[in-house]
Each structure stands twice: as structure tokens, then as C-alpha cells.
Design a protein around this ligand. Structure first.
Ligand code: AMP
Length: 208
């Protein structure tokens, strides 16, 4: 399984990517997670990315393209992957296409998780991650256990989420027609419980 999950901030991409990766025994490759790790380690790349991330803007293409090229050549990605949050621009999509061609690999699907904008801000503001496990919770709808070590992403503050939603809308305006033109784009309704969304995902992937 080689697939891309596309969705606005807090649309459930990360949650679903984790489930799909377990199911298909492939790695989840999330540029957002990789960039946050680089930022926390204060690497050169992380420091370069930080100001864009904190403003809810896209990190420059050359930075993320280099990151993903190295990652996809890792041995664990040889038999498949779920890309979560990459590509976000047509330039990134083209670089990915060229890399996969060089590696003799082919994408199976691009799935867009659709959630109305008004629900996304609330989801992001209420989202918490357990630092130790990476598990994602919603304070009201999917409350964390009492012993979780919770973190709230700095870019999940309301004002930054609004900027990230705008960035997302601009991005999808170009990216989705690109994959639609290649006959790879599938769409699912992202409103429901995590397990309902997983079922929808598996159903569209079976139908292709
Ligand atoms: P995410 O965890 O996917 O919401 O990503 C968090 C932030 O990392 C985004 O708001 C961007 O600043 C940056 N980022 C993640 N993936 C990409 C990408 N493919 N292209 C550019 N910036 C990215």
C-alpha cells in the first residue's frame, strides 16, 4: 500500500494514518511530525522550519522535498507507506512522482478526508497529544486517560489554526486537481467517530 492522506489541519489524518499503517504493516510518514522532531532537537533544518510552522505557513519546498527523499529511501518504506501531510504543493507532488519512478514504485491512492471548516478549529483547539505514545486525543470526544502526559501543539492555538486552514485551502486548490487528473483521487466524509472514518477509508480503498 502506497498512499497519501490529504486533509485540513485536525481533519483526522494522523489518527487514520496510524490505523492504516498498523493494518497494512507500513510506516506512517508525516512531514509535520518529522519537522516538529527536528525543531525540538534544534537541528539546522528544524530551526529553519520553525518560523514557518509557528506562523501556520508552509515550510519551503526544498526543505521538505529533501526530507521526504531521504525518508522514502529507508528500508522500512520499501514495501509501502502512508504519507500524512505530504505533498502539500504541486512541486512536492512532482518531486514525489519523480522519486517513486526512480525507485520503481507506484502510488495506489490519494484520499482526501473532508471535514467542514467550522468543525476543524474546535477540533484543533481541543486536541491533545500524549508525549510518550504519540496518541492523539480530543478533550471532549476522545478524552485522554488520567495518566497521559498531554501536550497542546503551539500551532493548534485558534489564531494559528485559522492561518493553517487558509494555507490548506490555497494548497488543495492546486493539489487536488493534480491528483484528480491522474485518476488517483478518492474522497471520504471525515465527520464521524474515528472507527467510522476508518471503515469509510477501507471501503474506498477496496473499490479504488
Ligand atoms: P502538520 O503536522 O501536518 O499539520 O504540519 C505542521 C506544520 O509543518 C505545517 O503547518 C507546516 O508549517 C509544516 N509542514 C508539514 N508538512 C509540510 C509540507 N509537506 N510542506 C510544507 N510545510 C509542511
Amino acid at each position: 500500500m502506497r498512499m497519501i492522506l490529504v486533509g485540513a489541519p485536525a481533519s483526522g489524518k494522523g489518527t487514520q494514518a496510524k490505523v492504516l499503517c498498523e493494518r497494512f504493516s507500513v510506516p506512517q510518514i508525516a512531514t509535520g511530525d518529522m519537522l516538529r522532531a527536528a525543531k525540538a532537537e534544534r537541528t539546522e533544518l528544524g530551526l529553519k522550519a520553525a518560523s514557518y510552522m509557528d506562523a501556520g505557513e508552509l515550510v519551503p519546498d526544498e526543505v521538505v522535498i529533501g526530507l521526504i527523499e531521504r525518508r522514502l529511501q529507508g528500508a522500512d518504506a520499501a514495501n509501502g507507506f502512508v504519507l500524512d501531510g505530504y505533498p502539500r504543493t504541486v512541486a512536492q507532488a512532482e518531486a514525489l512522482g519523480e522519486l517513486l519512478e526512480r525507485l520503481g514504485q507506484r502510488l495506489d491512492a490519494v484520499v482526501q478526508i473532508e471535514v467542514p471548516r467550522e468543525m476543524l478549529v474546535e477540533r484543533a483547539v481541543q486536541r491533545r497529544t500524549d508525549k510518550r505514545t504519540g496518541q492523539i486525543y480530543h478533550l471532549k470526544y476522545n478524552p485522554p486517560p488520567p495518566d497521559a502526559e498531554l501536550e497542546h501543539r503551539v500551532d493548534d492555538r485558534e489564531e494559528t489554526v485559522v492561518a493553517r486552514l487558509e494555507t490548506y485551502e490555497k494548497m488543495t486548490a492546486a493539489l487536488l486537481p493534480y491528483y484528480e487528473g491522474k485518476g488517483l483521487l478518492l474522497r471520504i466524509d471525515g465527520v464521524g467517530t474515528p472507527s467510522e472514518i476508518t471503515e469509510r477509508l477501507l471501503r474506498v480503498l477496496r473499490k479504488g
